[in-house]
Design a protein around this ligand. Sequence first.
Ligand SMILES: Nc1nc2c(c(=O)[nH]1)N(C=O)[C@@H](CNc1ccc(C(=O)N[C@@H](CCC(=O)O)C(=O)O)cc1)CN2
Ligand SMILES: Nc1nc2c(ncn2[C@@H]2O[C@H](COP(=O)(O)OP(=O)(O)OP(=O)(O)O)[C@@H](O)[C@H]2O)c(=O)[nH]1
Ligand SMILES: [K+]
Ligand SMILES: [Mg+2]
Length: 461
Amino acid sequence: MEFDTIAAISTPMGEGAIAIVRLSGNEAIPIADKLFRSVSGKKLAEMSSHTIHYGHIIDPKSGQVAEEVMISLMKGPKTFTKEDVVEINCHGGLVSVNRVLQLVLNSGARLAEPGEFTKRAFLNGRIDLSQAEAVIDLIRAKTDRAMNVALGQMEGRLSKLIRRLRQEILEILAHIEVNIDYPEYDDVEEMTHTMLLPKAHYVREELNKLLQTSQQGKILREGLSTVIVGRPNVGKSSLLNSLVQENKAIVTDIPGTTRDVIEEYVNVRGVPLRLLDTAGIRETEDIVERIGVERSRQVLKEADLILLVLNYSDQLTKEDENLFEAVNGMDVIVIVNKTDLPQQIDMNRVKELAKDHRVVTTSLLEDRGVDELEEAIAALFFAGSIEAKDATYVSNTRHIALLNQSSRAIEEAIEGVKIGTPIDIVQIDLTRTWELLGEIIGDSVHESLIDQLFSQFCLGK
Ligand SMILES: Nc1nc2c(c(=O)[nH]1)N(C=O)[C@@H](CNc1ccc(C(=O)N[C@@H](CCC(=O)O)C(=O)O)cc1)CN2
Ligand SMILES: Nc1nc2c(ncn2[C@@H]2O[C@H](COP(=O)(O)OP(=O)(O)OP(=O)(O)O)[C@@H](O)[C@H]2O)c(=O)[nH]1
Ligand SMILES: [K+]
Ligand SMILES: [Mg+2]
């Protein structure tokens, strides 16, 4: 495909060592040649591809030197966009890089939209849609693990699997076509059955395996929503501060200190947590505190993980018991805090209430037990699924939705065969599965969706 030539600053706005103005398109090299004076006097157009050159940017109007640069020359199609790409490496300062961009735009390039370079890599067929989406995930990755998942997807791991499953479906559809077109086969029904079912089962299983990774994949991207709950003054805000290793939440000895939900992101042994500190739960006359308590109950419902905090030097109350009730069926770690003070709590009763959840004792005042808590969080997250290096994860909400729909469509095809639905109806379900999977890699997506996806990128990407 042929597009106009785009340009943008591809490095962050601010002072740095180097800043890059990137150009892509048919005119990238001629435009750069209008501005660049190499030391050798040779034009970029005459130089060989994938080389870098020292020289100056000259303002064509004044003939003055505008900047001292290095230019990377990359001729298509072996480039990021598959088009001719020129990267002007400027001194890292806002004036310098903007001056060069301005000259480039005056010389015939158009300012790129956010994500437009990556969009061209997609439109020109170097990467598919799921690979392009992985580029955003990679930039936004907050942990090593999240980055590795994105890198795998960028290299086409998910795409490869999706393509293989689509191929399987095509083969089933081909068998059906043959059987429909040659009605002289007398046991058409039986033949389709034996041909179709094993392949369809295989596709269904692979889809479901992939969907099982989505929970972990999504958490890797967005963080495990972790809510700290407990009665007033048990040390919830102290716990948040201790996990983020900063005094983010106000801690006082006054019960009812925290009133709003406080949110912080933290990486605990490779597990990204979205930590939420809440108002202590109790019956109260104070109207502001009551609203806070109500919010605590709300966020509780949407949590992936609950950190339920108790006071070691206080007896269990009805409120504590009610909390255990409220988090029934969720992932919970019980924390018994203030072990530096004399024991009042009945630990046997705590263990009874905790059932099979982990119980960790801490003294946040003396910084004790936090290691064990972190270990418990990591163990829970990676439970049973020691992360296989070659696992393919799905983490993107759009992909998960499409996989769910595909899984339902293939299920309908399988059910159809089993109950003897006419084969052309089964064919429709199979075709739908094939199309839905195609949307993941961008084989059959609407232009507006493509625009919307790429607009999430940063400028210059
Ligand atoms: N200076 C600079 N650094 C950068 C980028 C860039 O665009 N410029 N990238 C931007 O994100 C990333 C690197 N990603 C890239 C991906 C593919 C190709 C590329 O040219 N692919 C061709 C040819 C490969 C080859 O030489 O054989 C291809 O796949 O056909 C280049 C960069 C990170 N670092
Ligand atoms: N002795 C002792 N005091 C602690 C410990 N952890 C927290 N505290 C103290 O307990 C008091 C309450 O701590 P917070 O972290 O504000 O408790 P909270 O659960 O957030 O309280 P609310 O927001 O009011 O519900 C503060 O004075 C803390 O310094 C501990 O392990 N030992
Ligand atoms: K308090
Ligand atoms: Mg608090």
